[in-house]
Design a protein around this ligand. Sequence first.
Ligand code: FRU
Length: 590
Amino acid sequence: MGILLCAGLIASAQGNLQIRPLANEQNIVLVKEAKKYLLLPVQDNAPEGKVYIIVNNQHQGVAANVRLAREKVDYYVPLDLSEYEGQDISIDVQGMPESSLCWKKISLSDTFDTTNREKFRPVYHHTPSYGWMNDPNGMFYKDGVWHLYFQHNPYGSTWGNMTWGHSTTTDLVNWKFEGDAILPDAWGSIFSGSAVVDYGNTAGFGEGAVIAFYTSAKSTPWGDTQTQSMAYSTDNGKTFTKYEHNPVVTSVKRDFRDPKVVWYAPGKHWVMVLAGGQEMEFYSSKNLKDWKYESSFGAKQGAHGGVWECPDLIELPVEGTKEKKWVLICNINPGGPFGGNAAQYFVGTFDGKKFVNESPTQTKWMDWGKDHYATVTFNNAPAGRCVALGWMSNWQYQAVLPTMQFRGSNTIARDLTLYRQDGELLLRCAPSAEIEQAREGKTVIPSFKVSDSYELPSLIDGNEGAYEIDMTIKNAGASRIAFNLENGKGEKVKMYYDVMRKQFVMDRSESGKVDFSTDFPAVTVAPTPETDNIRLRLFVDRSSIEAFGEEGKFVMTNQIFPSEPYNKMSFVSVRGNFTVKSMTVYRINY
Ligand code: FRU
């Protein structure tokens, strides 16, 4: 074996790989008898190089941008060679010096090990098995399975090579990675979008075909373009075929993306909502291929501190009535209430063409934490439910989070409804009931009164940092109801109800590792309708806390990176007293 080169020009050779250096940081990797994967060593902070597979003198697909290791290996990513197994092929690598460490560490393998090596990897929240993740995409439910696609970088834990990764679950808690479903092509990389189940075969790809809509985002020397493309699947979302006449919607706008497609039953047509700059644009179609512009929404409405992204349009029941209203979800970055990204929403009417906001003077936020973005809902959810998932992070610091093998997680699933408060229609985002079936073991803490301070030295046995605390509190004149989640290292998340201001507050500035970004230490504040008879559920999962007040009348989602799990809780009352009437700590282990 071995490929003979003239006069000993082989820089290095290992097994079936030979590296042939060229001028200007270009290298050829000659692969003899390809295995399933070429394992690429990555250094998280190295500059990107370009990696192409060459077969018969032709590049196969588009380049993978990879931060190949120069001085140290942080982790490995797999380049899929399964199509070429057993063949001799070449890899064209551009932009990597000959002296780089990667040339010694690169190898062929039949397996890729995704065993978790990270202590901050959540247990019951969805994360990518490896690589970077941002927005949830293309979510739909069909035949008992919830499908989640996501903005995935399969070649590193920083943003790039945008691809739709795919995971599934039957219980909204236990997720299975199904591989990458939609890969970059000539129109660009694959940005966010949605998927529908075409039961009526309106597009002609078959009854029940799953049809995905995504933004093709392309960078050229003349600038960046964004267009909308589609792909269909006849195997329930496992594999997709791209529509041959992509793109289906184009524009001269630079920011023009994240198509959400929904069925408008009264008009028997489809609607596409798109983010275009600081507006949402509405299109209609009968066949999912030909789209007609109908209207735009956004001027003088809500928050405009950043670009509008990732829209969703849903019709929701108003609790306690027979009424239904339309909700337009509008993610925004930056411009969130605590810096960076957030999700705002509008409540109003929609006639199939135009959305009208019924309370234009108010900005409404779906979640009051720093780590809740790109939130959209599953199409076709069962029993008339409307189930949402968000990306549990913030563009301010996602790239420097203290994880390596993966970066990015999703919120737990939330069921959305509308309720009326002081004449205003507001979103309730309640934890989806499925999470209760994931509880394993619990500690019931007997009722106690807090007149000054009170300490719970141990929350739950075998604490691995993945649990839910469900508590009810009766206030008796306290002006502040405060509690900290703490660990033995003195790291804590401070929380309190400010009774006068009717607010729930969370402070993560001493929560553990916070120094990786000056935007990370933060105090977040939510309005709460209730300070007398409180119900609060705290979902803690190694590196996050989601606080749900009054079953989702407010939600606050924040990441935390404690050096060990919080296992202590201390309570403080200011002025009067309060009683923790019930408190149960459920372990959630998956
Ligand atoms: C939102 C977003 C989307 C875009 C995607 C790219 O987080 O900027 O607008 O489609 O991420 O990864």
